[in-house]
Design a binder for this molecule. Structure first.
Ligand code: AMP
Length: 542
């Protein structure tokens, strides 16, 4: 078990001083379990299949040895060469990996150069940078293939290491052909590492294609943080009641802290956003149809605290698998990747408003919280129709943890929040299909207006820019200011009793009226230890 094993310190790994200093600067006092296991093996030159849960520190697990090898070999190297290629299935992931490498090479940025070529700029713009032969290239398979085909890079003589991150998504994001084509451009022998949160069929296929060194070590650990760190709740909620329940949970502050709400379609992203907006609950959205810059902005706005709630629809749920694999027929940006693998920071709660379609997707979603050593909660709304999917997840995951059950039941007495239900019904209805369509169109329009090429126009016309800022509420649904407040008569009795006296009441009222903004200090779905909660909806009265 992870906790019983002795972890080798970074200092005992024989790493270069410059790397150690960078690690110290990042505040990493000791390696994570996956780093402890992987760094040594990669330094020895072995091929590795890293099956690690998201948030386990796997990026540094392959980045540290890659940088170390480059630093060690540099003095013997006659000329500058591309030594490492890291492939990932989306631009966001590439950017994230690149940032980790930048941080790890902060003390040796002259010796170890890295570029991320995933952004879809002109090939020629990147050609100039590639001509300098950076030590490490981070890219999507599609992008690097374009450069290989164009002769802008040659890896045949120089490449030492190939890393494929989030390997289980490479094929499903339509990169199968590109991936296979890239392999043709690599030297016959190189060290390879595959990192993935799950071991799907696609990963096993990639493993056959890429891992060619016989000394393969497969590292496994449970796909998610242990239940003591990541609590899984299910909440019985029929389709018509989900919105009301979410509204009540947020407004009664039974859900606190930064939250990702997952839905299964792009339309539902906007429907929910427009619904919550009517109650003064600000959210941003993330889905594969947003242009790359909007997606990056949404993630940044969430990570930097502009929004405490992000509503995301994940790729798997958006399309049927056969459509995903037919990349030529796809009209969407296949590199979007949306929420999977992205390092959302300080997420307290993952809320499955719609339950994911399979176990892998649940793992990817729930893995957005309880990262590193943080606590987290995954709360799933379950309709009768979704029960079977929950059972599948339960039966698969509980084996990993050797437990009889994984999901705790979050008791929610709908009858206690009749007032919320009543308001929610109207608010949900107010978000018509036209409203959703307009919201989607509006966001695309915003993107056009915030594009770089129009920058000078906006400098001359700042008011236009102001009116189109992304954090501006979408006015496709008429907002009624009274809905932002929670009148006392709709607060459940159990909560009312508690807050009816003096100071506490005032505090509660103030907080309730806070339009859904959640204080940074209390970051989790409130637990029974919180007096507001133990008397209220989720648990039986004691
Ligand atoms: P990853 O699984 O690579 O996405 O990493 C998840 C998070 O863990 C990132 O925010 C890293 O900054 C953080 N992290 C990686 N290695 C360590 C470490 N040894 N100690 C503490 N945090 C770490």
């Amino acid at each position: 078990m992870a906790s019983e094993e002795t972890i080798t310190s970074f200092y005992e790994m024989g790493l270069d001083d410059r790397l150690l200093k960078a690690i110290a600067k990042l505040g990493w006092s000791e390696p994570t379990l996956i780093q402890d296991k992987t760094i040594g093996l990669l330094l020895e030159g072995k091929d590795v299949l890293i099956r690690a849960r998201t948030g386990s520190g796997k990026t540094a697990a392959f980045a540290i040895p890659l940088i170390q090898k480059i630093l060690s070999n540099k003095p013997m190297q006659a000329q500058q060469e591309i030594k490492g290629v890291i492939l990932a299935p989306s631009k966001e992931l590439c950017n994230q990996i690149y940032q980790v490498i930048v941080n790890l090479t902060i003390k040796c940025s002259r010796e170890v150069k890295c570029i991320d070529i995933s952004p879809q700029v002109q090939l020629n713009t990147q050609k100039v940078l590639l001509a300098e032969k950076p030590d490490i290239i981070v890219s999507t398979p599609g992008r690097i293939f374009q450069h290989l085909k164009a002769g802008n890079i040659n890896l045949k003589e120089s490449l030492d290491t190939l890393v494929i991150d989030e390997a289980d998504l490479i094929f499903s994001f339509g990169y199968e052909d590109d991936m296979k084509a890239v392999l043709e451009y690599l030297p016959p022998v190189y060290q390879a590492a595959l990192a993935s949160a799950t071991l799907s069929e696609d990963v096993l296929q990639l493993k056959k294609l890429v891992l060619h060194n016989p000394a393969i070590l497969k590292l496994e650990e449970p796909p998610l943080a242990p239940p003591s760190q990541l609590a899984h709740y299910s909440l019985a909620a029929e389709e018509n009641d989900k919105a009301a329940i979410l509204y009540a949970l947020l407004k009664l502050r039974l859900i606190r802290g930064k939250s990702i709400i997952f839905v299964n379609t792009v339309d539902r992203c906007y429907k929910l956003k427009l619904f919550l907006e009517q109650f003064g609950i600000p959210t941003c959205v993330l889905n594969s149809e947003l242009p790359a810059t909007s997606r990056c902005r949404a993630v940044t706005q969430f990570n930097t605290g502009t929004y405490d709630i992000i509503i995301a629809s994940d790729e798997k749920a958006l399309e049927e698998p056969h459509v995903i694999k037919q990349k030529s027929k796809r009209r969407k940006d296949k590199e979007s990747g949306v929420a999977r693998g992205i390092d959302f920071q300080f997420v307290s709660n993952v809320i499955n408003f719609d339950f994911p379609q399979d176990v892998n997707s649940y793992v990817h979603r729930a893995g957005r919280t309880a990262r590193g050593k943080n606590q987290g909660t995954a709360l799933s709304f379950i309709s009768i129709r979704e029960r079977v999917l929950l059972d599948e997840v339960e039966s698969e995951l509980k084996q990993s943890y050797g437990r009889a059950t994984l999901f705790k039941t979050y008791q929610f007495k709908l009858e206690e929040v009749e007032g919320f239900r009543y308001r929610a019904k109207d608010a949900w209805k107010a978000v018509t299909r036209i409203a959703v369509r307009e919201a989607r169109l509006k966001e695309i329009k915003q993107e056009v207006l915030t594009c770089d090429k129009l920058k000078s126009y906006f400098e001359d016309n700042p008011r236009d820019l102001q009116s189109l800022r992304q954090d501006k509420a979408l006015h496709t649904v008429k907002l009624q200011s009274h809905l932002k407040d929670v009148p006392e008569y709709i607060v459940p009795k159990s909560l009312k009793r508690l807050v009816n006296s003096g100071k506490r009441k005032r505090k509660f009222d103030r907080e309730i009226a806070m339009s859904g903004a959640t204080p940074a200090k209390s970051r989790h779905v409130a637990r029974a230890s919180n007096p507001l909660i133990s008397l209220s909806i989720p648990t039986k009265k004691k």
